[in-house]
Design a protein around this ligand. Sequence first.
Ligand SMILES: Cc1cc2nc3c(=O)[nH]c(=O)nc-3n(C[C@H](O)[C@H](O)[C@H](O)COP(=O)(O)OP(=O)(O)OC[C@H]3O[C@@H](n4cnc5c(N)ncnc54)[C@H](O)[C@@H]3O)c2cc1C
Length: 445
Amino acid sequence: MKQVVIIGNGISGITAARNIRKLSDLEITVISAETDYFFSRTALMYVFMGHMKFEHIKPYEDWFWKKNNINLINAYVNKIDVSEKKLYLSGAGTIEYSILILALGSVTQMFGWPGQDLKGVQGLYSYQDLELMEENVINVKHAVITGGGLIGVEMAEMLMTRGVLVTFLVREKGYWQNLLPEEESQLVSRHLRSHGVELKLESELEKIIGDENGHVVSVKTNHGEILDCEFVGLTAGVKPNIKLLEETPVETSKGIMVDLYLETSVEDIYAIGDCAEMRMPEEGRISIEAVWYAGRMMGETIAHTVSGHKTAYKPGKWFNSAKFFDIEYQTYGNVGNVLHAGEDKFYWEDASGTRCLKFVFDKETNILKGINVFGLRMRHEVCDRWLRENRTIFYVMEHLKEADFNPEFSSKFDREILDKFNDGGFGAEVVLSKNQSVFSKFLGF
Ligand SMILES: Cc1cc2nc3c(=O)[nH]c(=O)nc-3n(C[C@H](O)[C@H](O)[C@H](O)COP(=O)(O)OP(=O)(O)OC[C@H]3O[C@@H](n4cnc5c(N)ncnc54)[C@H](O)[C@@H]3O)c2cc1C
């Protein structure tokens, strides 16, 4: 019988394993070096903050795998021999495969900062990083985090629950400005400051300074400023984990190159999740999408192919969600940090400056292209449908209520949003339809 071996027990590898089991009676083995069982990486912060125990972020009971005849091995794969179809495991011998699925995830980006290996300096990606953070945070009064992305904000929130003062160094003029448009970036920047984060914009880490025991004591910024700190968080992004492929013929660029069917350049080897780089991404999508939903969708897709029904990866309309302290964020379709040629936008922000909604649409056809929403939650299926059905901005405004996830809460803003739209000179008066309206940190379950 064919032996399917999956390296990586994150969302992509585990989704593949579960779905292959549903669709076939192939032998399935999942090898991972991080933990015995799958857990929700997106919820690691809640374990640190004491909101949940580690057990709570494991979506499946430990018996689930045996019952479903999915073989789990906790080991590190050192080497892949593609001609013999064999894997070499650290301290656990070798294992042969008929089909190999690489679900290797990401690793923290390190830019070779002087002092990045000092004690008290770390990134946040793995369960081991979480354990290290528990050790490193002891007696810390001041931390410096560098890199204006999502993981940095999570780290800031985690540290602040332990009474640590956080200084956040962000290279751009506003938080996450390489992705967020100006208004949204300003909203999040204000929000971080209101939570007590010292946000230093247009500031970069130049070097990390240690004491005689090799522990961090301060950092120096590109402006020559010295900031005393006992903890440094390096959160300037992640990159595909592709080291294992170095001595193999499997083609890599930034990630592991895959085609529409998630096939690598070597027969019977596939790559999914954060480590995969699409040769030809769908229009409006990027080649590496290091997010939970993409990993899950790739896992589902590969299961069909491996089980005998060759299936192309069709990610559909882009969606992602996150949380910035207590502000929820959702994004649908294409909202660039600046408008592209031929695009127009409608932007509403409430009086408190903590909620906003942005629609990007085509200037000529008025067809909706993307949505950003902060502080309100919209119904995923409705927003996704508007985009798939090429609805115009006028239709969307008229049917706004349909997308309210929590009508009692959101409906008071619908009127305000519509009034602003009608005042905005978009060329047509819109009234709300009678359709009824209907949002927690995303745990990824
Ligand atoms: C703190 C944090 C918060 C996040 N929040 C969000 C969010 O809110 N929304 C969102 O969409 N995404 C979020 N993400 C991103 C999301 O978690 C990832 O996109 C997703 O987990 C990637 O899944 P994966 O299956 O591709 O890889 P991973 O989950 O990284 O799993 C890969 C596994 O393979 C193992 N492995 C790698 N190489 C080997 C080897 N040689 N031998 C054995 N095992 C190996 C690794 O140890 C790891 O366990 C967050 C990420 C982090 C770190």
